[in-house]
Design a protein around this ligand. Structure first.
Ligand code: PLP
Length: 429
C-alpha cells in the first residue's frame, strides 16, 4: 500500500493565476499544465470522438468532440493567455473562424465595413456567400479613420480590419478606429494573423474581437490549417461556441496539438523572422529590378509613424514589424514570372508564416477571386509578390533572391548585361 506523504503535492500549473509573465513564458506554459493523471509534460492528444458519462444527469465538461475536446481546450487556453483573455475558440481553419463569426453576429439587412485590402478569401466569403443571405459589405480605406467614421450607417454591425493587410501591409490605426466604433455601437474585429499577439495586441488597443488563421505564424511549420477567435466579451464567446457546435467548425485534436506545440516557439520564431524581414526589405529596396517595397519597418513606409506606435517592442526597445513583406518587381506579370521561376531555396506557395520562406504571386494566387479592378485599386498589381520570411539564414535568402532578380533585371534592361554591386548598401544581419 502506498503511504500518504505530505511532501508530495499534486501536479499543478506552473503559472500562478494572477501573476504577470512575459509572452515567451506564456507561450511555453499556458495550456500546458502537467497531465493530472500521468504527469506528462506535453499535453496528451485526446483523439476521441466521445467521452463516457457516469449516468443520467451527468454533465461532463467533455461529451462529444464536435462541441469541445480536451486538446482543443488546451490550445484555446494558450491562445487566450497570449492576449490576456479568457479561453479562445478554435476552428478548423481561419476562414471557418471568419464564417462562424459572421454567422454569430450578423443577420439579413446588416452591413459589414471591411478594409479595402484584406485576404482574398474574406472578400469571396462576403461577396459570394454572405451577400445572397442578405448581408451587405462595403470595402473602405480603413487606414483613413475619418473614412470609417463617415461610412458607418444604422445598418453597420461590424467593422472588419486587417492590419497589416494582406498583401500590401497597409495599416489601420486600431486605437483610433476602436474609439469610433465604440462610440457608434459597432463591433470592431481585427484579423491579427500577420503579427499575432507577440507584436500587436488589438484587444488592448480597443478592438472587440481578434481573429487568427493559426495556419500561419501561430502553428508556424506549414503542417496544419486552423483558426481562432479571441475576445473578452463572454456573450460573444458563448455565441461562437453555439455556432461552432451547430456548424461543426471545431479544430481537430491532432491539429490542435501541433498548433499548441508551435505556440511554444512563436515569440522566438517571430522575433528572428522579423529581424530577417527587415534586412531583406532593405536589400530589396536597393535592388534595381524592384520598383517598390512594402514593409512597415522601412523608413520609406508611408505609415512608419503608426507602425512604430502600434507594433510591440522586442527586448531592448526596438519595435518589430513581422516577417511578411511585399514588393513589386519591374516588368509586371513577366517580371513576377521570372522571379518565381528563379528562386530555389524560397518556395512558391500560397501559405505564409512558416519556418520555410515562401513567395506568393498575390494577383494569381491568394487574390485570384478578387475582381481585377478592385484588386488593382488596392495596389495588388501584376508585378506584386509577397514574401514570407522563414528561419533560414538571411544571407542565403538574399543570395537566392539575388539570382532570381538578376533575370528580372536583365529583361528589364533588354541588353543581357549583368548588374554589378548587387548587394551594395545593404546591411546584412
Ligand atoms: N486571414 C488572413 C490574413 C489570411 O492570410 C488567411 C489565409 O491566407 C486567412 C485569414 C484564412 O485562413 P485559412 O487559410 O486558415 O482558412
Amino acid at each position: 500500500m502506498p503511504t500518504a506523504d505530505a511532501s508530495i503535492v499534486p501536479f499543478r500549473s506552473r503559472l500562478l493565476p494572477d501573476a504577470e509573465y512575459a509572452d515567451a513564458t506564456i507561450a511555453v506554459h499556458a495550456g500546458n499544465d502537467p497531465d493530472p493523471v500521468t504527469g506528462s509534460i506535453v499535453q496528451p492528444i485526446v483523439q476521441s470522438t466521445s467521452f463516457a458519462q457516469r449516468g443520467v444527469g451527468d454533465s461532463p465538461e467533455f461529451a462529444y468532440s464536435r462541441v469541445s475536446n480536451p486538446t482543443v481546450s488546451a490550445l484555446e487556453r494558450a491562445l487566450g493567455a497570449l492576449e490576456g483573455s479568457p479561453q479562445a475558440v478554435a476552428f478548423s481553419s481561419g476562414l471557418s473562424a471568419t464564417t462562424s463569426l459572421f454567422l454569430a453576429l450578423l443577420k439579413p439587412g446588416d452591413e459589414v465595413l471591411i478594409s479595402d485590402v484584406v485576404y482574398g478569401g474574406t472578400t469571396r466569403l462576403l461577396q459570394q456567400i454572405l451577400a445572397p443571405l442578405g448581408v451587405t459589405s462595403r470595402w473602405i480605406d480603413t487606414s483613413d479613420s475619418s473614412a470609417v467614421s463617415r461610412a458607418i450607417t444604422d445598418q453597420t454591425r461590424l467593422v472588419f480590419v486587417e492590419s497589416p493587410a494582406n498583401p500590401t501591409l497597409k495599416l489601420t490605426d486600431i486605437g483610433e478606429v476602436a474609439r469610433i466604433t465604440r462610440a457608434r455601437g459597432v463591433t470592431l474585429v481585427v484579423d491579427n494573423t500577420f503579427l499575432t499577439a507577440v507584436i500587436q495586441r488589438p484587444l488592448d488597443l480597443g478592438a472587440d474581437i481578434t481573429l487568427y488563421s493559426t495556419t500561419k505564424f501561430i502553428e508556424g511549420h506549414n503542417a496544419t490549417v486552423g483558426g481562432a477567435i479571441v475576445t473578452r466579451d463572454r456573450s460573444v464567446l458563448d455565441r461562437l461556441r453555439l455556432i461552432r457546435k451547430s456548424l461543426g467548425t471545431i479544430q481537430s485534436p491532432f491539429e490542435a496539438w501541433l498548433t499548441l506545440r508551435g505556440i511554444k516557439t512563436l515569440p522566438l520564431r517571430l522575433r528572428e523572422q522579423s529581424r530577417s524581414a527587415g534586412t531583406l526589405a532593405r536589400y530589396l529596396e536597393a535592388h534595381p529590378a524592384v520598383a517598390r517595397v512594402h514593409y512597415p519597418g522601412l523608413a520609406s513606409f508611408a505609415q512608419a509613424d503608426l507602425s512604430a506606435r502600434q507594433h510591440g517592442a522586442e527586448v531592448g526597445g526596438k519595435p518589430l514589424h513581422g516577417a511578411i513583406l511585399a514588393f513589386e518587381v519591374k516588368g509586371g506579370i513577366e517580371g513576377a514570372r521570372r522571379l518565381l521561376s528563379g528562386v530555389r531555396l524560397i518556395t512558391v506557395a500560397e501559405n505564409c508564416g512558416a519556418v520555410e520562406s515562401l513567395l506568393t504571386h498575390s494577383a494569381t494566387m491568394t487574390h485570384a477571386d478578387v475582381p481585377r479592378d478592385q484588386r488593382e485599386a488596392a495596389g495588388i498589381v501584376d508585378g506584386l509578390v509577397r514574401l514570407s520570411v522563414g528561419l533560414e539564414d538571411v544571407n542565403d535568402l538574399i543570395n537566392d533572391l539575388d539570382g532570381a532578380l538578376e533575370a528580372v533585371w536583365r529583361r528589364e534592361r533588354g541588353d543581357g548585361s549583368a548588374r554589378s554591386g548587387a548587394l551594395a548598401g545593404v546591411a546584412h544581419a
